[in-house]
Design a protein around this ligand. Structure first.
Ligand code: C5P
Length: 238
């Protein structure tokens, strides 16, 4: 397994082939990046935490009828997932103003939004992942109208499920990013990861950031913060 073929190297994960053409091995990396990879640091212990957090979240999703690419966690840093044709979209859902939304629209961070706001970003490093709308998704042939409908429906459902999941561990889900892929038969499936790298999570009582903003904003060490999220999840759900 150790010298299997590398399929893809991302900012926080490496993907390897397995003996089964339908299954790939994801290896989480002790790496953190910001500004689309311009800032990059080694963060010992992060891989193990994100591997466990995303596995636990996807397992909970399965219990609630939300399918994902997740198959099983096979080691501290690795999990097996279904091989999909990835759709180059970052689907962001926001419940509270923060980050690029707060900045772009001058809506102060922390304001609860009247309804969940869904955004698409075109996953393209050379373009710096621009925000795009449904027409752009269609004209670029990223996804069909029908697929867009499915993706939005799933994203809102995932938002509700995640809100409830994090509420049980006294965390407020501010926003998050998810990605989808296609099976050979055309079904759309939730893929990638759901971790404090891809969600904004605020402590319900203190409003402390329990997510990657701690790294992005240089306000501390993310390892104890991610560990806190995992500890709470494990206490509640294992
Ligand atoms: O930066 P922005 O406010 O647009 O991020 C919205 C949400 O999407 C945040 O939870 C952030 O962690 C996540 N995100 C991500 N990967 C990106 C951009 C944003 O996981 N490339």
């Amino acid at each position: 397994v150790r010298d299997s073929i590398l399929l893809y190297e991302g900012k926080a994960k490496k993907l390897f082939e397995t003996d089964d053409p339908q299954i790939i091995r994801v290896k989480y990396l002790d790496q953190a990046t910001a500004l689309n990879g311009v800032r990059k640091d080694i963060v010992l212990g992060k891989a193990l935490l994100n591997n466990q957090i995303t596995a636990l979240v996807f397992e909970q999703f399965k219990l609630k009828g939300i399918q994902s690419h997740f198959v099983e966690k096979i080691s501290k840093h690795e999990q097996l997932v279904e091989r999909l044709e990835m759709i180059p979209l970052e689907v962001v859902v926001r419940n509270v103003s923060a980050g690029s939304f707060a900045k772009r629209l001058a809506i102060s961070e922390g304001q609860t939004l009247e309804f969940p706001v869904l955004e698409f970003y075109y996953k393209d490093d050379t373009l710096d992942d621009p925000i795009i709308n449904d027409d752009h998704v269609k004209i670029l042939k990223i996804a069909t109208e029908q697929e867009i409908t499915t993706i939005k429906h799933e994203a809102y459902k995932i938002n509700q499920t995640l809100i409830e999941l994090f509420k049980k561990i006294d965390i407020r889900l501010i926003d998050f990013k998810i990605e989808f892929g296609r099976r050979k038969d055309g079904t759309i499936l939730l893929a990638d990861e759901i971790t404090p790298d891809t969600c904004r999570l605020w402590d319900e009582k203190t409003n402390d950031h329990l997510d990657k903003d701690v790294y992005r904003r240089n306000i501390g060490d993310i390892v104890p913060v991610y560990q806190e999220v995992l500890d709470r999840l494990e206490q509640r759900f294992n």
